[in-house]
Design a protein around this ligand. Structure first.
Ligand code: ADP
Ligand code: ADP
Ligand code: ZN
Length: 215
């Protein structure tokens, strides 16, 4: 099974992803997490990607496509994958479409999470992320049990550099220009399901599961 979580920054993709991937026993692939790890480890990929990420811009398609090609070869992808934050441009979506037949995979569903821009900004600026496992929290909407400590792994929570207000605004613009066209792209292919992301985390999860049960 292959699923795509689509939606603007802060829509709740990461928050929903892990549980869905576990439930269907498919790999969870977040290009953002992969890129942040590369930046932290200062690899060649990380050095190239960082300049774009810091500004809130997209990393060039060629780099992202290489990441995905390599990642899909990993053994945990044998049952498929859940993509979070990929594809983010029409070029990336076309690459994926062309690459899938050789891998004996097809896209089963694209889940589009919809949230208003004002709410997105509040979500992103209050977001805190685990430095070890990448889990996402929110100061107000989804606080950890112990302040600044990850419920799942005990890691320290931090604020992503690109979650500061100036960068958040740029990311919203980038989303509208480069990623939002994918909604129509997948709608035309009959693959899109829209979800109201402006509900409690558990409600959003339920709605996603309802859609997937009917596949
Ligand atoms: P994305 O991966 O789409 O960028 P996240 O899953 O990291 O988004 O969520 C962004 C922020 O919003 C996080 O701080 C998260 O805790 C919070 N959040 C996620 N889902 C909800 C929700 N349904 N209601 C309120 N806040 C949410
Ligand atoms: P969010 O969902 O909060 O916007 P992500 O963690 O998905 O953030 O992505 C963080 C940053 O990593 C993006 O702003 C962009 O610079 C880069 N990035 C992640 N995925 C992609 C992608 N598929 N294509 C290009 N850049 C990406
Ligand atoms: Zn953690």
């Amino acid at each position: 099974m292959l699923l795509i979580l689509l939606g603007p920054p802060g829509a709740g993709k990461g928050t929903q992803a892990e549980e869905i991937a576990n439930e269907y026993d498919i790999a969870y692939i977040s290009t953002g997490d992969i890129l942040r790890k590369a930046v932290k480890e200062n690899t060649e990929l990380g050095r190239k990607a960082r300049q774009y990420m810091d500004k809130g811009q997209l990393v060039p398609d060629e780099l992202v496509v290489e990441i995905i090609k390599a990642r899909l070869m990993d053994p945990d992808c044998k049952n498929g994958a859940l993509f979070d934050g990929f594809p983010r441009t029409v070029e990336q979506a076309l690459f994926l479409e062309n690459a899938l037949p050789d891998l004996n995979l097809k896209i089963d569903r694209v889940l589009s999470l919809e949230v208003e821009e004002d709410d997105l900004i509040e979500r992103l600026t209050g977001r805190r992320v685990c430095s070890d496992c990448g889990a996402s929290y929110h100061l107000k909407f989804n606080p950890p049990e112990v302040r600044n400590v990850c419920d799942i792994c005990g890691g320290d929570l931090y604020q992503r550099d690109d979650d500061r207000l100036e960068t958040v605004q740029e990311r919203m613009e980038v989303y509208k220009k480069q990623t939002e066209p994918l909604i129509e792209f997948y709608q035309k292919r009959g693959l899109l399901s829209t979800i109201d992301g402006n509900q409690e985390i558990n409600e959003v999860q339920k709605q996603i599961k309802n859609i997937l049960e009917k596949l």
